[in-house]
Design a protein around this ligand. Structure first.
Ligand SMILES: C[S@@+](CC[C@H](N)C(=O)[O-])C[C@H]1O[C@@H](n2cnc3c(N)ncnc32)[C@H](O)[C@@H]1O
Length: 334
């Protein structure tokens, strides 16, 4: 069965309360493209509306949304800003990523924003940054952001080269994704909500799960991809790690939502789980091009429980983009 989900207007501040959002619809603005200052390969911001909808259907607002594979952290941040959780907790095994979020969600966010505004964005600077051994958390945070926004595919991986190539002769050039003003502005905005970020840690996801496991926690788990993850991230999963996660996810204390790229191995591992769904994320590549579809797999104890009592969540779910675009003028990405 295929289910389409609707979109609604952004809630006013006075509509965001401790109670779960009242409507069963998607909040469109969680799809805005400048949620996170990081360009993350495989970033899941488009799943934000779907997860907001699941929280609403479940009827209980989590105290904490914890994202132990944070990356660009767009899901946690969008849900926090839209009032779907009181606090968030972020973790990543990559120390550059963890340093970035530690600084952004601290009183030092303004200092990082200033460094961004004064940054030299050039190929020699890219090579200097690539070699840099950060001497402080701030240096690590800036190294993360700089390489993320100037490297091919936003990858921090050692093998990822500078956008535009060494000679700046192909494709997008080194500075094309480094809009200093917009990035600095977003970092300052996020710094202002640091008190709602319970913790940012750098470690293995299992440690984060032990720390924050509670009935009031909603886990958003987005482990490295099955395909190509070894080329995209500095830490990835081998087959045993994917299997281990599958065997243990149902034991997590709290509600949980797991997402994967729609890959045959993910379907094999989770296809029989009662909380399994395939999500179609539609997007239009460019004016005049045919609409393409990117698939994700989502598995959740909320979906499983919902299915036991209601028929509102099928195994194939479509998230339409068109109605989202009609609802608002989309902010330009940073
Ligand atoms: C698919 S990405 C997360 C993307 C993120 N959901 C977003 O929307 O931007 C997976 C992340 O998990 C991190 N990672 C890999 N292995 C890990 C582990 N064992 N524990 C914690 N984080 C890990 C990687 O560094 C990477 O940032």
């Amino acid at each position: 069965m295929t289910m389409a989900m609707a979109s609604v207007e952004k809630p006013r501040d006075d509509q965001i309360t401790d109670a779960p959002p009242s409507s069963g619809d998607i909040v469109f603005w969680t799809t805005r493209s400048d949620i996170t200052p990081l360009r993350y390969p495989g970033g899941k911001r488009k799943l934000g509306p779907f997860i907001a909808d699941l929280i609403t259907k479940d009827g209980r607002k989590p105290k904490l949304i914890a994202e132990p594979f944070a990356g660009g952290a767009s899901v946690s941040i969008s849900l926090l800003e839209a009032g779907y959780a009181e606090e968030i907790a972020l973790n990543d095994l990559d120390e550059l990523v963890a340093a970035f979020w530690s600084i952004v969600f601290s009183r030092d966010a303004d200092a990082l924003a200033e460094i961004v505004e004064n940054a030299e964005v050039s190929v020699p600077e890219w090579y200097r940054m690539k070699k840099l051994r950060p001497a402080s958390m701030m240096e690590a945070a800036f190294k993360c952001l700089f390489l993320n926004r100037t490297s091919f595919s936003g990858s921090l991986h050692n093998q990822a080269g500078p956008m535009g190539g060494r000679n700046q002769a192909k494709g997008d050039l080194i500075g094309s994704r480094f809009n200093k003003e917009k990035i600095a502005k977003r970092i300052r905005q996020l710094g202002r909500i640091h008190e709602r970020v319970r913790s940012v840690t750098c470690g293995h996801y299992s440690q984060a799960i032990r720390t924050h496991g509670s009935a009031d926690t909603l886990w958003y788990l987005d482990p490295p991809f099955f395909a190509k993850a070894d080329r995209l991230y500095r830490h990835h999963f081998d087959e045993a790690a994917h299997n281990f996660m599958c065997m243990n996810v149902t034991r997590i204390k709290g509600r949980w939502i797991l997402s994967y790229d729609d890959h045959a191995d993910a379907r094999r591992l989770y296809g029989d789980n009662p909380g399994f769904a395939r999500i179609g994320l539609q997007y239009t590549a460019a004016v005049g091009e045919t609409r393409q579809q990117k698939g994700e797999i989502v598995v959740s104890d909320i979906i499983a429980r919902r299915r036991a009592t209601s028929a509102d969540l099928g195994r194939e779910i479509e998230i339409p983009r068109r109605s989202v675009q009609r609802a608002t003028k989309r902010p330009r990405s940073i």
